[in-house]
Every structure is written in structure tokens, then in C-alpha cells.
Design a binder for this molecule. Sequence first.
Ligand code: ZN
Length: 97
Amino acid sequence: MTLKLLRDTMRTQLAEQGAAPEVAEGYLSRWDAALESDSGAPLPCPGCYLQGTVSRLRRMPSPAGVGMLECPACSAAFEFPDFQPAATTQGIWPTRP
Ligand SMILES: [Zn+2]
């Protein structure tokens, strides 16, 4: 599941936004929980998480090979390579509205 590749991006996002380490850790725990199959837990938006709310990132239509997530609450969008080998970490970047 290539969403795992986004984890490092999210960690960087949180650090850039000044998240305390324990806050970032809590966020990543939620991220990991969401990726467990059938957990039903939302993939949390990092920006909203820092505001104290958990917004469910949703998949957006995207070209083949690219995955896109968008936050319906704050409109943050995240793009990542989809169906790529796990070793590929370059080319993952967050896009801002
Ligand atoms: Zn958000």
C-alpha cells in the first residue's frame, strides 16, 4: 500500500508546522491505525490534526500512477506516486491550496 509512503511526508509536514514530537507521534499512530485493513479509522489530515480535529482524507480521482488525497475540511491536498515500489520515496510532495 503506497499510502505508507506518505507517512514520512506527513511527519515532515507536522514538523514544519511546529508540532511537538509527542503530537507528531500521536498523529502517526492514527495514520498507522487507518492503514490497517478494515480498521475504518480515518486517514487524518495533518493540518486539521494540529487544530485539534480529525478530518478524514479522501481519495480524489487522479491519473494512473498517481494517488491524490484531499481534506474536505481545509482543502489541503496531497499527491503521491501510486503503485510504485516501496523504495521510491522521491517525487512525493504535498500540494497546498
Ligand atoms: Zn485538513
